[in-house]
Design a protein around this ligand. Structure first.
Ligand code: IMP
Ligand code: MG
Length: 204
């Protein structure tokens, strides 16, 4: 399938993404000089970002992952987030940076911050590639932010629509007709989406 045919608009080209990630890596390297931060990537969307970011950090650091699931439109305002995969290690006394692809409503990050704070890290910060400010329901302190984006459903560079488009190397918006389609070829239940709505149930 030719993914490029489905794209309406590229919001952030690959070179711009990579240049910003280099800056973020430099800033983190300076801020954590003398410490050894633990980067916690949030599966699955943050995989390309955290792997590129990691390689732009010049000090010693470690990497771990968490996976969460959240229930979409109807229950998301309740902030119900479940941990599907937890960290492999204790973070007590560690300098932790949570790395995610996008902060949208902020519910996922709010929950993760509360959960990880309770484990006594030495410090806890948030690094998000994208910040969709207009959709925020919870205040989330973003210590390292790649880009602010408008209220559009974006894909690429880890971000998916129905499990697809994560492999595009840039951030883009799909054609309106694509967002209306039923998806489910991966065996997951077919879900009807809208550009501004959320899947009924999505594993992030
Ligand atoms: P939040 O809890 O509403 O902040 O949602 C965060 C998660 O929703 C992100 O980690 C993404 O996986 C997903 N998400 C939010 N907005 C978008 C989007 O525009 N495209 C793809 N995924 C998104
Ligand atoms: Mg995510």
């Amino acid at each position: 399938m030719a993914l490029l045919d489905d794209i309406d608009e590229v919001l952030i080209p690959e070179e711009v993404l990579q240049a910003r990630i280099r800056e973020l890596g430099r800033t983190i390297s300076n801020d954590y000089n003398g410490k050894e931060p633990l980067l916690v990537g949030i599966l699955t969307g943050a995989v390309p970002f955290v792997s590129d970011l990691l390689r732009q950090i010049s000090i010693s650091c470690q990497l771990d992952f968490m996976a969460t699931s959240s229930y979409g439109a109807r229950t998301e305002s309740s902030g119900i987030v479940r941990i599907l995969k937890d960290l492999e290690q204790s973070i007590e006394g560690r300098h932790v940076i949570i790395v995610d692809d996008i902060i949208d409503t902020g519910l996922t990050m709010d929950y993760l911050l509360e959960t990880l704070k309770a484990r006594y890290p030495a410090s806890l910060k948030v690094c998000a590639l994208l910040d969709k400010v207009p959709r925020r329901l919870r205040h989330v302190p973003i210590d390292y932010r790649g880009f602010e984006i408008p209220d559009k459903f974006v894909v690429g560079y880890g971000l998916d629509y129905g499990g697809r488009y994560r492999n595009l190397p840039f951030i883009c918006v799909l054609k309106p007709e694509i967002y209306g389609q039923e998806l489910g070829l991966d065996g997951a239940p077919a879900i009807r989406h809208s550009p501004f709505g959320r899947p009924a149930r999505v594993v992030r």
